[in-house]
Each structure stands twice: as structure tokens, then as C-alpha cells.
Design a protein around this ligand. Structure first.
Ligand SMILES: Cc1cc2nc3c(=O)[nH]c(=O)nc-3n(C[C@H](O)[C@H](O)[C@H](O)COP(=O)(O)OP(=O)(O)OC[C@H]3O[C@@H](n4cnc5c(N)ncnc54)[C@H](O)[C@@H]3O)c2cc1C
Ligand code: SF4
Length: 494
């Protein structure tokens, strides 16, 4: 156990972010210096010492990767960072991604979160995680782990987000020859073109890809599989195929005025901004500069649009959410150790903008040139199992740029999926069995494409578990690879 009295003597504390007026002038991570790992160094040992090494560590319950949280908390407390990174990498291929981006269901499941008033709150698990991996990179402890011998089997991974990358790393390390195909010009999936630089700098993705390339993973960016290479080509060239194509069909808002100029899906807007942040010129870029921006959708994607719009110099930004404003404290019907709906303030929310809850858009209003100029909103109340407009609450808000951030409904069905003949489940995701195999022999699926829109931590867990399925299939049922989750496993909710 770390410090037996740690949580009694040390209050929960996180890293300080850079001042808002400073960070809005650049795209870098919102933490000072080299990023969050460095910012945490002065405080993290004592924070790790707050862990009680519980007899039943409920933090494990929250983490689909099965991260060995009390073990590395203890190792950090004892200043044995080298052992800590070994324990962390034992369950997580990419802790620098989860340590920055995960909503940390481990923390809401931490035993110290049962009674925050007396315990001071959960252990800052995610911060300990990111400190361990950032330090390990700094010290040169993260090195390529190429296999000792090759099996001769060839595997294609289609899609280079966290699920595809985790599957590829596991399979390469176990001796298979793995090629990762990506239709975008660069590898990384949503890590590269969805998540903005201020949440995670892309040099961190590049650094990990370099490690993977040195281990032997082959990367083929700019190849749209299903168009440039057919499903039949893949099956002819490879012994197994992993579909890690994500959940890329965005939910739309088909209503009066949707055709007006200036209304875009978040994933039309964010990738362009990410490219520009890296000095790439984007002709006719969708930009928030000088505009009244309305973001429809209150989740992570909406917050990413918010931070991006602020950095582009928007005149105003309003974020709309149909659900009522959550409470500051855990609601009674979402008890520990579930992941509760509480009012969260991301770094982007700290930077400004207005959040409107319990509202629904009734209509997009345009000007004479066919450009959006306003949104007609109404307050809603949840009655009889649906949201109903509250009469007399209609209002108009100005909008020159509307960003739709309402989630995703599944993978694209035509093209590759049709060519491979994989069946879909009742929700439109790719159907799989207990070992992540699809209905097409030798074709497997990992990540959002099979699970539906989810989180990076689940995508990595899916990639690892799918790799075990593929490896077992290639080796007549024998595999030494870990499978942290089953395809049907879901977060603990009520
Ligand atoms: C804007 C945004 C912000 C997010 N922020 C967070 C966050 O902060 N924390 C968090 O935990 N989760 C976040 N998420 C969710 C998280 O990013 C996803 O759950 C995760 O990336 C899914 O991983 P994946 O590997 O399954 O798919 P993806 O990351 O979506 O990658 C799929 C890749 O497949 C490629 N592809 C698709 N079809 C083909 C084809 N035919 N040929 C070649 N390539 C193809 C796509 O181009 C894409 O690059 C966010 C999502 C979005 C949209
Ligand atoms: S539940 Fe919290 S206090 Fe207990 S072992 Fe996990 S991190 Fe430590």
C-alpha cells in the first residue's frame, strides 16, 4: 500500500492549466511546459499516495483495460517509475492517449469516490497514468518490442484509430506481418483528425507510430479500402482482416432549413482545423472567425468544436443540449461505482461560451442569400417518454455557423462492408461472435465499428481482445494474447 494515511492528509489536486487568454492564442496542449506530464511532476507522488490499495479495487471495475491501478499507484509513491511503466504497459498499449483523453470511469468507481465529502474525492488515477507514461518517454524507457520470430501469417487492419492501432501492435508483437490501411492522408483515426491539438498534440501520436513502425507494423495511409483496394483483394493477399473502420455516419438533423449554407457536421469542421493547426492550407476552410457559432450537442465532440471555435476567434459560441443541466453532485439514482451524469467543465468550457440545456432546435432560419442566420429554439420537458416543447418558450438565436455534434449511428455500409459480405447487428454495427469474428470467414472487427460510438479506452480494449481472437484463429485456437473484454461487455450504468 502507498501511504496508509495518504487520502486523509493529502487533498485531491490536479495539474494547473495555462491561463485562458494565453492558451487561446495557440493550439498547444492546455498545460504549461511540455504538457500535462511535466505539469504534474511536483504533486503526483503525493497524489498516488492517496490510493488505499483496496482489498477489492473497484477502480478495476471502471476500466475496460483492467489497468493495474493500485499497483502503479504504489510504485509511483515508492519512486519506482520504471516498474510502474511496465505494469501500465502490461494492460494498455497507449497510456499517453487515455491519460489525456479518457473520461476516467476508474475514478468514478474509485472507493474514495463513495463519500467525496470525507475522503476528498477519488484518486487522480488518470493523472498518475499520464505522468508515468510521459516520464517513461522522457527517460527513453519506451522502446520498440519487435517479435523474435515471424509466423508467416499476414494480416490487414483497415482503419488506424485506437482500435486498429492496438490490434496491430498486439499482432505485430506476436510475430504476424501486419499492414494498417487508412483512407485519410495520415495514420491515427479520430486521434489525429477528430481530437484537437489542444487536447492532445499529434507529436504524441507520431511518436507512438514510430515505435510501431520500428516493431514491424506497416502503415499504408491514403488508401480507401473498398475503392482503391477491394475487399476481394484484401482477402486474397492476407490471411486475416481486422475491420477497425470506426462509426463514421454522423447523426443528422433533417428539419426545415437544413440545406442552408453554414450548417456542417462537426467532423467536416474539426479535421480541417487540425490540418490548419499543423500548417496545412485548407482551401475554403470552414472557420468560426468572427462568426456567431451554435454547436448542437453537449458531448465531447461539441466541446472540441467549442475550443476550436474560440481559438479561431468566434464572435460568440452557444452550445445546445436537449437534456436538462446535470447536477454538480452524483444523482441518487446513479450511485457509486457507476459513471454518473454530473455537470462537467472541460478545458474548452473554461474558455468561455454559453451552454443552454433542455432546448431543442425547431428550425434553421436563412437570409436572402441562402446562408443560415439564426436558429429557432424551444425549451423542452421530458414527458411520457419523450421530449415535448414547452409552449411560449420559443426564441431565436443568431447563428452564422452551425456545427452538428450529435453522435454517430454506425459504420458506412456500402463499399468495403458490402464487398466483404459482413452482416450487421440490429443497431447497424458490424455483427461479431465472442472472439470478434464477423460473419465473413477470416474477417474480424474491433472498436466503434462493432461496439457503436464509444471511447478511446474501449477502442484499445477492443483492439487487444480482437487481436487475441485473430491470433487464436490463426493458431488453431491457441493464443497467449490477453482479451480484456468480451464483445458484449458494456460500462456499468443504471
Ligand atoms: C471529435 C471527437 C472527439 C472525441 N473525443 C474523445 C475523448 O476525448 N475521449 C475519448 O475517450 N473518446 C473520444 N471520442 C471517441 C473516440 O475518439 C472513438 O471512440 C475512438 O476513436 C474509436 O476508435 P476506432 O479505432 O474504433 O475508430 P476511429 O478512431 O474512428 O478510426 C477509424 C478509422 O478508419 C478509417 N476508415 C474507415 N473506413 C475506411 C476504409 N474503407 N478504408 C481505410 N480506412 C478507413 C477512418 O478514416 C478512421 O481513421 C471522440 C470522438 C470524436 C468524434
Ligand atoms: S479504488 Fe481507488 S483507492 Fe482503491 S485501489 Fe483503486 S485507486 Fe486505490
Amino acid at each position: 500500500m502507498a501511504d496508509p494515511k495518504g487520502f486523509l492528509t493529502t487533498p485531491r489536486e490536479g495539474a494547473r492549466r495555462r491561463p485562458v487568454n494565453e492558451r487561446l492564442r495557440d493550439w498547444n496542449e492546455v498545460y504549461p511546459g511540455d504538457g500535462i506530464g511535466g505539469a504534474l511532476l511536483p504533486i503526483i507522488t503525493k497524489q498516488a499516495g492517496r490510493c488505499m490499495d483496496c482489498g477489492i479495487p473497484f477502480c478495476h471495475q471502471g476500466c475496460p483495460l483492467g489497468n493495474l491501478i493500485p499497483e502503479w499507484n504504489d510504485l509511483v509513491w515508492r519512486d519506482d517509475w520504471r516498474a510502474a511503466i511496465e505494469r501500465l504497459h502490461a494492460t494498455n498499449n497507449f497510456p499517453e492517449f487515455t491519460g489525456r483523453l479518457c473520461p476516467a470511469p476508474c475514478e468514478t468507481a474509485c472507493v474514495l469516490a463513495i463519500n467525496e465529502a470525507t475522503s476528498g474525492g477519488a484518486v487522480t488515477i488518470k493523472n498518475v497514468e499520464v505522468s508515468i507514461i510521459d516520464r517513461a518517454w522522457d527517460q527513453g524507457w519506451v522502446t520498440p518490442q519487435p517479435p523474435e520470430w515471424l509466423t508467416g501469417s499476414r494480416i490487414a487492419v483497415v482503419g488506424s484509430g485506437p482500435a486498429g492501432l492496438a490490434a496491430a501492435q498486439q499482432l505485430t508483437r506476436s510475430g504476424h506481418t501486419v499492414a494498417v490501411y487508412e483512407r485519410a492522408d495520415k495514420i491515427g483515426g479520430l486521434l489525429r483528425y477528430g481530437i484537437p491539438e489542444f487536447k492532445m498534440e499529434k507529436r504524441l501520436v507520431d511518436r507512438r507510430l514510430d515505435q510501431m513502425a520500428r516493431e514491424g507494423t506497416i502503415f499504408r495511409a491514403g488508401v480507401n479500402v473498398g475503392v482503391d483496394v477491394t475487399g476481394a483483394d484484401l482477402k486474397a493477399r492476407y490471411d486475416a482482416v481486422v475491420l477497425a473502420v470506426g462509426s463514421t455516419i454522423p447523426r443528422d438533423l433533417p428539419m426545415s432549413g437544413r440545406e442552408l449554407v453554414g450548417i456542417h457536421q462537426a467532423m467536416e469542421y474539426l479535421p480541417q482545423a487540425n490540418r490548419v493547426a499543423h500548417g496545412v492550407e485548407v482551401p475554403e476552410q470552414i472557420t468560426a472567425t468572427g462568426k456567431h457559432v451554435v454547436i448542437i450537442g453537449g458531448g465531447d465532440t461539441g466541446a472540441d468544436c467549442l475550443g476550436t471555435a474560440h481559438r479561431q476567434g468566434a464572435a460568440s459560441v452557444v452550445q445546445l443540449e436537449i437534456m436538462p443541466q446535470p447536477t454538480d453532485d452524483r444523482p441518487a439514482h446513479q450511485p457509486w461505482p457507476t459513471y454518473p451524469m454530473v455537470f462537467r467543465v472541460s478545458s474548452a468550457h473554461e474558455e468561455g461560451g454559453e451552454r443552454k440545456y433542455a432546448v431543442s432546435t425547431q428550425e434553421f432560419l436563412g437570409d436572402e442569400s441562402g446562408h443560415v442566420r439564426a436558429l429557432k429554439l424551444v425549451e423542452v420537458a421530458f414527458n411520457n417518454g419523450r421530449f415535448e416543447p414547452v409552449p411560449g418558450t420559443e426564441e431565436e438565436i443568431p447563428a452564422d455557423l452551425v456545427l452538428l455534434a450529435m453522435g454517430f449511428v454506425g459504420p458506412e455500409r456500402d463499399g468495403l462492408l458490402e464487398q466483404l459480405g459482413v452482416e450487421l447487428d440490429e443497431r447497424g454495427n458490424i455483427k461479431r461472435d465472442g472472439s470478434f469474428a464477423t460473419s465473413a470467414p477470416g474477417v474480424f472487427v474491433a472498436g466503434d465499428a462493432g461496439r457503436g460510438q464509444s471511447l478511446i479506452v474501449w477502442a484499445i480494449a477492443e483492439g487487444r481482445a480482437c487481436a487475441a481472437g485473430v491470433d487464436g484463429w490463426l493458431r488453431d485456437g491457441e493464443t497467449a494474447l490477453p482479451a480484456p473484454i468480451r464483445p458484449t461487455e458494456r460500462p456499468l450504468t443504471v
